[in-house]
Design a protein around this ligand. Structure first.
Ligand code: 9MR
Length: 354
């Protein structure tokens, strides 16, 4: 009898969710659903066939965003050719797993196809191309993509507008007119899909600084004049393991939501210092990383206007950081290379569970 009891007890203990392995008490997604918060990750549809990739994504997140395939460089291989296939795969995955799709992005100075970036177009031609692009892509995904980063990364660190093909080189005919070209893109976007939420998205805009001031001033001006904007995306690519730059995140979010805008954390990752071998320089960085995720997520859940929290990928197996930093940084996400949850994952789950 005692033996039997002991065995039963052992089975019971073994079945208890520990939260440390892959069998988790409750996923991020289940907890976010309860809070009506969107929890998302940037994805590459080429990985959907990798079982742990697809399983982790569907289990832990209720929103996806294409990391690259809906950008000009992915979706428009030639002037007269749209390639919707990979973006459609992202939508199909989301439908199959009851997730929302966030769209990224309709206007950016980077990741433009060579025919566009190296072409010689007049402002009139570029204006037509951009309007046609926004209209075609948004209509294709109408009812499928609930929110779009209409414009991505228009400001420099000092708050000035970044020179770009769309602004002034040669621009769409609104060069030297500040945010007028951004405004034009938002107006085309609203006309193309009146139901989609329209976002401006940028990096290094977590705390109060000249760049986030510029985003705020633009958003305020747009709201005042009835330019259609629904939200601001704060990317949250955190490259230094210190909170200095992001300590005023709550204040920045507050002033944006006070305008009646939504805020989404759109691209969070926290790159850690790596040895040449690719190993972590300091194991303790995993805990520091977890605290930064905890901080940003806490600010988001405490601000009613913060409707979404998204990471830029979800497994350290696939992340832009090692390539971008030539191997100096990495391991920036919630799951390790083998899809095991990291301290950052557990910190996030604790925030959502509260
Ligand atoms: O992660 C993306 C990487 O695979 C692309 O090569 C790169 C193109 O410039 O874009 C990366 O994603 C960026 C995002 O679209 C906008 N914010 C910064 C992201 C990281 O660079």
């Amino acid at each position: 009898m005692l033996m039997r009891f002991r065995r039963l007890f052992l089975v019971f203990i073994l079945l208890l969710p520990t939260g440390t392995g892959n069998t988790l008490a409750q996923s991020l997604r289940e907890q976010a659903d309860k809070r009506k918060l969107l929890i998302g990750a940037a994805v590459n549809p080429g990985r959907f066939s990798e079982a742990p990739y697809a399983e982790t994504l569907a289990r832990e997140f209720n929103m996806v965003e294409a990391e690259n395939v809906m950008k000009w460089g992915g979706i428009r291989p030639a002037q007269d050719k749209f390639n919707f296939g990979p973006g459609d795969q992202v939508v199909a995955f989301a439908v199959a797993h009851k997730m929302k799709v966030r769209g990224h992005c309709l206007l950016w100075s980077e990741y433009n196809p060579a025919w566009l970036a190296k072409g010689s177009f007049t402002p009139e031609q570029l204006s037509k191309l951009l309007e046609e692009h926004i209209t075609t892509v948004m209509k294709h995904y109408s009812g499928k993509v609930f929110a779009w980063d209409v414009v991505n990364e228009s400001f420099l660190a000092n708050g000035k507008i970044e020179p770009s093909i769309w602004y002034d080189s040669p621009g769409i005919g609104l060069a030297e007119k500040g945010t007028a070209y951004v405004e034009q893109a938002f107006r085309w976007a609203r006309a193309a899909d009146p139901k989609a939420l329209l976002f401006y998205n940028d990096y290094d805009t977590e705390g109060l600084n000249p760049k986030s001031d510029a985003v705020y001033e633009m958003a305020k001006d747009f709201k005042k004049r009835g330019v259609p904007i629904d939200g601001v995306g704060i990317q949250a690519h955190i490259i230094d393991l210190d909170m200095a730059g992001i300590s005023s995140l709550a204040a920045n979010m507050k002033r944006l939501t006070a305008l009646g805008l939504q805020v989404h954390i759109t691209e969070m990752d926290v790159g850690l210092r790596l040895e040449k071998t690719g190993a972590l320089m300091d194991q303790a960085d995993l805990d520091r990383q977890a605290e930064i995720y905890r901080f940003v997520a806490t600010v988001c859940v405490q601000e009613p206007g913060c409707a979404a929290f998204m990471t830029w990928g979800f497994t350290d197996k696939y992340s832009w950081i090692p390539g971008y930093t030539k191997g100096a940084k990495g391991k920036a996400l919630l799951f390790d290379q083998a899809y095991a949850p990291k301290p950052a994952y557990r910190a996030l789950r604790e925030v959502l569970a509260r």
